[in-house]
Write a protein that binds this ligand. Structure first.
Ligand SMILES: Cc1ncc(COP(=O)(O)O)c(C=O)c1O
Length: 463
């Protein structure tokens, strides 16, 4: 394969239909894997290949990028592209196999918390990952920093400063296994058994569980249409050690905390040396304007610990989230981290850092946000047409779920929905005291629009 004659003889005829770059990639990969072309052999130029096989130059370049990304070939500056000396053994996919839809098998339509999959980002992530695996940094095989790799922390810090108004440096960022580990680390670093802690009522169940697990005395604080009622919290437990809040988009009610309440909450924390745990789980999904500044960015006193996650915007299986630690809490958090799992897995950090730093993440966000907004519109339209006033709801301008209030017992309605193959979740069990409201929590982030519409119509038939 070191000259055109050999190359032409070896190459199979490319199929006439289908993506040309994929066909070229498969043909060259087949030759390399079969050993027909030895490691170290020089590949023809993309210009040469494009001319010979009647492809566009872009298609030939894309094929080379995939081969390089997956470790079959290497580019040497000024010299050309060569077959890799050590060729990876990767499982072959059947060319005809449809790409799997990660959301499809396990979740019923309208289930809250299921993330929209994006094939383009999945492909990019795979390429970035194979690039790092093909030429791994030695540090990948060693023990790492308890906060995670500096590359990913820098990428996240830059993103949070620009997109969320968070005041942070990479040294304060701790990479976690999703938001849940971020919450757990913070709770264990801050709270001693018996400490009173404010929790929004209704509350994100997994945060409530983590608080109770740490022995906190959970103080339910009502949420109204301004968010957590700070004055009521002060009445119930003025000297609480911490407050758990979802100010950008309260889970589950979907309320955004008003400026007045935000300032009051920060002021309370400052006066009482209390901590605010801000869970900013889905703020990337704002449809009516730019994302709101995080509470953390408004706090000049260093009392807010910020938690975020890639579970909603990328996918939960990545198990990657982060927390931004106030300076005074950093050492305590790292001590808890060290004795629980030492440090986060390094293998996914480098491709994720590339995804963010190279601008793919921002493009992904724009793409997915548009898609989820269309899903929301579909759900709202179907409920308006078919619920005939029997569900009461506001159109959410943010997030991945909505609340539909009902006069029915919501647990019974959710059970009937489940029997009908619909994943609506009851609101009332998320209350941690007082008289719960009845409603359904409906997720619209994953699933095709027609699946959402069909599920909504069938849900309305149950009312
Ligand atoms: C309020 C809230 N916080 C955090 C999370 C994310 O959790 P994780 O990143 O651990 O998947 C969710 C997911 O449903 C959530 O609803």
């Amino acid at each position: 394969m070191t000259n055109s004659g050999d190359w032409s003889a070896l190459m199979p005829v490319l199929p006439g239909a289908g993506p040309r770059s994929k066909a070229l990639y498969s043909a060259i990969r087949g030759l390399i894997e079969s050993g027909a072309v030895p490691g170290g052999a020089k590949l023809p130029t993309t210009r040469d290949l494009a001319r010979r096989f009647g492809l566009s130059r872009a298609a030939a370049i894309a094929a080379f990028e995939s081969l390089i990304g997956e470790g079959f070939a290497e580019a040497r500056v000024g010299a050309g592209t060569f077959v890799a000396r050590a060729v990876p053994r990767l499982p072959r996919q059947k060319a005809s196999a449809a790409p799997p839809d990660p959301a499809a098998p396990s979740a019923l339509p309208l289930t809250v918390g299921v993330t929209a999959s994006d094939p383009r980002t999945a492909r990019l992530f795979r390429q970035l990952m194979s690039r790092h695996l093909a030429r791994p940094a030695p540090a990948l095989f060693q023990y790492g920093d308890p906060r995670g790799s500096i590359g990913l922390r820098e990428a996240i810090a830059a993103y949070l400063r620009a997109a969320r108004g968070v005041r942070c440096e990479a040294r304060q960022i701790v990479i976690t296994s999703g938001a849940q580990q971020g919450l757990d680390l913070l709770i264990r670093a801050i709270i001693r058994p018996g400490d009173p802690v404010w929790a929004e009522n209704p509350c994100y169940p997994m945060a409530h569980t983590a608080l109770k697990g740490a022995g906190a005395k959970v103080i339910p604080v009502p949420v109204d249409d301004e968010g957590l009622d700070v004055a009521e919290g002060e009445k119930r437990a003025p000297h609480a050690r911490a407050a758990y809040v979802t100010p950008s988009h309260q889970f589950p009610l979907g309320v955004t905390m008003t400026m007045r309440r935000r300032l009051a909450l920060i002021d309370w924390a400052r006066r009482n040396d209390a901590w605010i745990i801000e869970d900013d789980y889905d703020s990337e999904f704002r449809y009516g304007g730019p994302p709101l500044t995080a509470l953390q960015g408004m706090d000049g006193a260093g009392r807010v610990a910020y938690v975020g996650t890639f579970s909603k915007i990328l996918f939960p299986g990545l198990r990657t989230g982060y927390l931004v630690a106030p300076e005074k809490l950093l050492d305590g958090i790292l001590a808890v981290r060290a004795r629980s799992d030492r440090f986060p897995p390094l293998i996914t950090e480098a491709p994720l850092a590339d995804l963010i730093a190279q601008g793919h993440f921002a493009a992904h966000l724009r793409r997915v946000r548009r898609r989820v907004q269309a899903n929301r519109d579909m759900l709202v339209a179907a409920l308006k047409d078919h619920a005939k006033g029997r569900l009461e709801f506001a159109v959410p301008d943010q997030g991945l779920h909505m609340i539909a209030r009902t006069s029915h017992a919501d647990t019974q309605l959710a059970a009937a929905a489940k029997d009908a193959g619909i994943g609506a979740r009851a609101l009332s069990p998320m209350y941690i005291g007082g008289k719960p409201s009845q409603g359904l929590v409906l997720g619209f982030s994953a699933f095709a629009p027609d699946v959402i519409r069909d599920a909504a119509i069938r849900l309305c038939a149950l009312l």
